[in-house]
Design a protein. Structure first.
Length: 253
């Protein structure tokens, strides 16, 4: 049987936790199937957890600590992992995005990647001095296929008016970009609404965020210029949609 190599435990706290999950399982003589039954998940989910492609939940960490009498080790590692920056956050995010059935996005300054034209994306990447721009633009455009594939994802976008006023790439690029927004908004699986500047204070002013629904449940993402943060228990991000009067009103039919 082929066994995937464990992630480098030095690369991040998430990788350290994945490494320890596999190590502790083997130390206790437990098979992947047995651990899957203990954590009430599939065998493939155990492989993803041990390869750092998925993340433990609070409930799963508690079960492990009790079953293996760790003194709360997994619960504490999970707490520390959420505090720190995950260098693999973007890969985790795009993996979830590609499997999503529903995506809800708030963007306050930029057109979201799933709605960008190649020229708009290129202008952003050039300004950010990103290496390998051609490949990055191509990869970003490929992500948009989830909107037009067979059984496409449903996309809900709240876009701040400010994002449309910023002339990224110049007038011609923005004219094409605004045309693309109109085009995409006609898709039956896309709901695009503009948050006007006159709306005043709302939950989205703190920064862009996403809530993605996948088979396993909902995950949230908040973004920053130097990296993003995964919110496995998406209540924090979900509250931005349901707890804000302004955003809630805009999402109403």
């Amino acid at each position: 049987m082929h066994i995937n190599e464990a992630p480098d435990p030095r690369s991040s706290m998430w990788a350290w936790m994945a490494y320890h999950l596999r190590f502790q399982r083997m130390q206790h003589g437990m098979s992947g199937h047995a651990l899957a039954e203990l954590l009430n998940c599939s065998r493939s989910s155990i492989s993803r957890l041990e390869n750092c492609e998925a993340k433990l939940t609070d409930a799963q960490a508690s079960v492990l600590d009790t079953e293996w009498n760790t003194g709360g080790m997994f619960t504490i590692m999970l707490w520390y992992a959420r505090l720190g920056h995950d260098p693999n956050w973007f890969k985790t995010f795009t993996d979830s995005e590609g499997r999503a059935t529903v995506l809800r996005i708030y963007s306050g300054q930029l057109i979201p990647a799933l709605l960008q034209t190649p020229a708009y994306a290129r202008a952003l990447l050039v300004e950010g001095r990103e290496p390998g721009i051609d490949a990055l633009v191509e990869a970003r455009m490929a992500r948009q296929q989830i909107l037009t594939k067979e059984s496409p994802a449903d996309l809900w976008v709240l876009l701040a008016e400010t994002a449309m006023a910023c002339l990224v790439g110049g007038k011609t690029v923005m004219r094409e970009q605004l045309a693309k927004l109109l085009e995409v908004s006609e898709l039956p699986n896309v709901m695009l609404r503009i948050v006007p500047n006159t709306a005043g204070a709302n939950a989205g002013l703190d920064g862009p965020f996403k809530v993605i629904k996948v088979k396993e449940g909902q995950v949230g993402y908040v973004e920053a210029p130097t990296g993003g943060r995964l919110v496995p228990e998406a209540d924090e991000v979900e509250g931005c949609w349901t707890g804000s009067t302004v955003l809630g009103r805009l999402l109403s039919p």
